[in-house]
Design a binder for this molecule. Structure first.
Ligand SMILES: [Zn+2]
Ligand SMILES: [Zn+2]
Length: 331
């Protein structure tokens, strides 16, 4: 017999069911996450298998040579900057000394030996810096030529590596897609039975007191079933799977409603009859029956018996309700 559940208790049951759903969905998420943790294939292993180690070593050597020669060019350019600065200083000294020298000659005084020595020293430093600058220039040209040769060889080696890498990448992507398929198979192998068990438990206990528990379990597993299928199947297949699942769910619900309309469950039937009697209407055809009537009363519209004398106390009782209103005897 159905009992009226107080509204407060109903809301407590609903909120606990929602909490249970959230926790179960979380638990399933962790379980599926652990299943998805299977080690994927390592790309390096495929590269090692397909690439010539000597060629890779050569690529590394050439890259190092190129870096070294670029660094050396950089050092020589820095030296040249220093040399340019010292040439400027030497040039200024030379100009100064030449000016003094000319002044001395104009005044008829011979330049002092110190002036002569300073001028010769500045000239010497200028020439030495200029020579060093040219040497650095020559070395930079040599290094640039070397770098050009090395980068040509490097490009050649990299081209050959790229040729060898193509089959390695192909083998790797195949292994990766196999790995994804196997993860998907494990996940589906886990979530499909869980959902099937949950749906079975729910369908068995739908009208029992444990209905909300199994409903939460079924919804949580259905959510993850959908998510796993979404991850597994490409978009173009998933939309068909999703729409088919939707059609199946709507059909199942519709069939249930139709069955319940044709053959109402006892609790539902009792509820309908109770409400009709309360409104003074025939439960079968909604014809309003009068307050004034005999002990026995049949609906004049559809002919169903609505009142009859009680078998226990003989007063008039509702024929379609389970108990007599005068003595409580069950029909
Ligand atoms: Zn009727
Ligand atoms: Zn009675």
């Amino acid at each position: 017999m159905a009992r009226i559940v107080p509204t407060g208790l109903k809301w407590i049951i609903r909120s606990l069911s929602v909490s249970l759903f959230v926790l179960l969905a979380w638990l399933l998420q962790f379980a599926l996450g652990d299943i998805g943790d299977l080690t994927p294939p390592a790309r390096s292993a495929y590269l090692e298998r397909h690439l010539d180690p000597q060629l890779l070593q050569r690529e590394r050597d050439l890259e190092r040579d190129l870096e070294e020669s670029e660094a050396e060019v950089g050092r020589h350019v820095e030296v040249q900057d220093t040399l340019l600065a010292s040439m400027d200083v030497a040039r200024e000294t030379m100009q100064e000394m030449t000016g003094l020298h000319r002044l001395s000659i104009e005044q008829g005084i011979p330049p002092s030996p110190e002036q002569e020595a300073a001028l010769a020293d500045a000239q010497g430093r200028f020439i030495a810096a200029q020579e060093a600058f040219e040497q650095a220039n020559a070395r930079i040209s040599e290094l640039n030529a070397e770098a050009y040769r090395v980068s040509g060889e490097l490009a050649d080696a990299q081209e050959r590596i790229a040729e060898q890498r193509a089959p390695a990448d192909e083998a790797y992507s195949q292994a990766l897609s196999e790995h994804r398929l196997s993860v998907a198979a494990w996940k589906l192998g886990f979530i499909v039975p869980v959902f099937a068990v949950a749906a079975w438990l729910f369908s068995r206990s739908r009208d029992s007191r444990h209905g909300p528990i199994f409903l939460a379990f079924m919804l949580a597993s259905f959510l993850h079933l959908g998510l796993v299928m979404h991850d597994t199947f490409p978009e173009e297949y998933f939309k068909y799977i999703a729409i088919c699942a939707g059609i199946v769910a709507v059909l199942a619900f519709l069939l249930r409603v139709l069955r319940s309309a044709a053959q109402p469950q006892p609790a539902l039937l009792l509820k309908r009859r109770r409400e009709s009697y309360f409104k003074a209407q025939c439960p079968e055809c909604a014809y309003p029956f009068p307050d004034e009537r005999g002990d026995t009363f049949y609906c004049p519209a559809c002919g169903v018996g609505l009142f009859e004398p009680c078998g226990s106390c003989s007063t008039s009782r509702h024929r379609l309700l389970p108990h007599c209103q005068s003595c409580g005897a069950q029909a």
